[in-house]
Design a protein around this ligand. Structure first.
Ligand code: ATP
Ligand code: MG
Length: 175
């Protein structure tokens, strides 16, 4: 089966959870799923669930981010960039030998728009990926050149979100 490329973008809720949903479906069919998460600061519910599905569903996050980027000094920003680059390199290294069937690059659009991962490197990876590998990329503001390369593009519109009424992130629903 030839692997295709998915993008889940837009301002509405449901990008990461959709990617995990697809991963769960793939896992159920015996496919091996690697999910790497860029720019993750907090512990999330999915981490605990996915640990139970290891080793055929693996979640890789690099290290936790403790500050907002606008609070970071130059060194901290450089360190953040290095960690994000490592996550991307890990994904490339792991998938190159056909060890995985589905790769989820969660919030990679965020890492691209913050100039932590060069768009060119992501485009190059997508164009040279193993033929059978299915790839999902998530995050707001998907660059047009990535959208052009993808086979499935879902743009999730935000009609309403409780955060607009000041409701903070709820455990088990947002994190
Ligand atoms: P989820 O992980 O619930 O599928 P997501 O991946 O679509 O959400 P992100 O853009 O990664 O959402 O946003 C991270 C956090 O912001 C999540 O906790 C999410 O629920 C929340 N969020 C998503 N959409 C909005 C919105 N329109 N306004 C405010 N917060 C939002
Ligand atoms: Mg997300």
């Amino acid at each position: 089966m030839q692997g295709l490329v998915h993008i889940y973008t837009g301002n509405g809720k449901g990008k990461t959870t959709s990617a995990i949903g697809l991963g769960i479906r793939a896992y159920g069919r015996g496919l091996k799923v690697l999910m790497v998460q860029f720019l993750k600061g907090t512990e999330t519910g999915e981490m605990k669930t996915l640990q139970k599905l290891a080793p055929d569903f693996q979640l890789y996050q690099g290290q936790k981010i403790k500050k907002f980027t606008w609070e970071m000094n130059e060194n901290e920003l450089l360190e953040l960039k290095e960690v994000q680059e490592k996550i991307f390199e890990y994904a490339i290294k792991e998938t190159i030998n056909n060890q995985w069937d589905l790769l989820i690059l969660d919030e990679i659009m965020g890492a691209i728009s913050m100039n932590l991962i060069p768009l060119e490197n992501v485009l190059q990876f997508i164009q040279s990926k193993p033929l059978h590998l299915e790839v999902v990329l998530t995050g707001r503001n998907a660059p047009a050149r990535l959208v052009d390369l993808a086979d499935y593009v879902s743009d999730i519109t935000c009609v309403k979100h409780p955060m607009e009424k000041g409701v903070p992130a709820r455990k088990g629903i947002e994190v």
